[in-house]
Write a protein that binds this ligand. Structure first.
Ligand code: MN
Length: 238
């Protein structure tokens, strides 16, 4: 079976000299049968359109915080590091992919937040200081171990992929979806009410998860199912 080409968004180090991306995204996509390719950081939208014409799918990776200005807020003291250039690449990519039912999108952690903001939703800038969330969403145990359960929306794409309506996930975030974008459906939440996954029902595969399946796939069946389903959707896109 041929390997679909999957473009991954990257970050930039503080000195703006190196692209940064965790190798585990490559390993998980390779294990699921894909050929991952890194998309260099750019805010040139015509170049982004050219990338989209070549790849079979997109993966938005984890990273720092979005600029709260992108959802109409001032930056609170507890907001983390912002990468404006990354926002300028990923927000348009998320909007372009939403209009392309033939282009599967898997967005992880920051990526899930990007989907939500790109389509008009908002974020909590810092869960501990803005919510009553009772769970440590920044786990202290190694990231291959689960930290909390999620309840999955019956009938959702995520429920179909997982074949389960409850399972445990790791948790390495201090932000989360606040107001879901009008077009997005919430497809998973943690017991303290934090939104843990969103999807675009009008699209065959446009999924954002707040946890990190790329850190768990080697010993977690559902993480691997997510990557396999994504790569299969990229291979079989019409
Ligand atoms: Mn969490």
């Amino acid at each position: 079976m041929s390997r679909p080409l999957i473009g991954l968004a990257t970050g930039l180090n503080k000195e703006e000299t190196y692209l940064t991306i965790n190798n585990c995204y490559m390993r998980s996509l390779e294990a699921a049968g894909a050929m991952p390719v890194v998309l260099p950081l750019t805010d040139d939208e015509s170049l982004l359109a050219d990338y989209l014409a070549r790849v079979d799918g997109l993966l938005l990776t984890g990273g720092g915080d979005l600029d709260p200005a992108s959802y109409g807020e001032q930056t609170l003291p507890a907001c983390g590091t912002i990468d404006t250039l990354r926002d300028a690449m990923e927000l348009p990519l998320a909007r372009m992919a939403a209009k392309r039912p033939d282009l599967p999108m898997l967005a992880i952690c920051r990526g899930a937040q990007v989907l939500n903001v790109a389509l008009g939703g908002s974020l909590y800038q810092d869960l501990p200081s803005q919510t009553e969330a009772r769970i440590a969403h920044r786990q202290k145990q190694p990231d291959r171990f689960p930290a909390h359960p999620v309840a999955v929306t019956p009938g959702s794409l995520l429920a179909k992929i997982a074949g389960a309506e409850a399972f445990a996930v790791n948790s390495l975030h201090h932000q989360a979806v606040r107001e879901p974008a009008p077009a997005l459906h919430v497809c998973a939440a943690s017991p303290d009410g934090v939104i843990e996954a969103v999807e675009l029902p009008e699209h065959p595969f446009y999924l954002g998860v707040q946890w990190h399946p790329e850190r768990m796939w080697q010993n977690d069946d559902i993480s691997m199912k997510i990557f396999r389903a994504f790569v299969d959707a990229c291979r079989n896109r019409t």
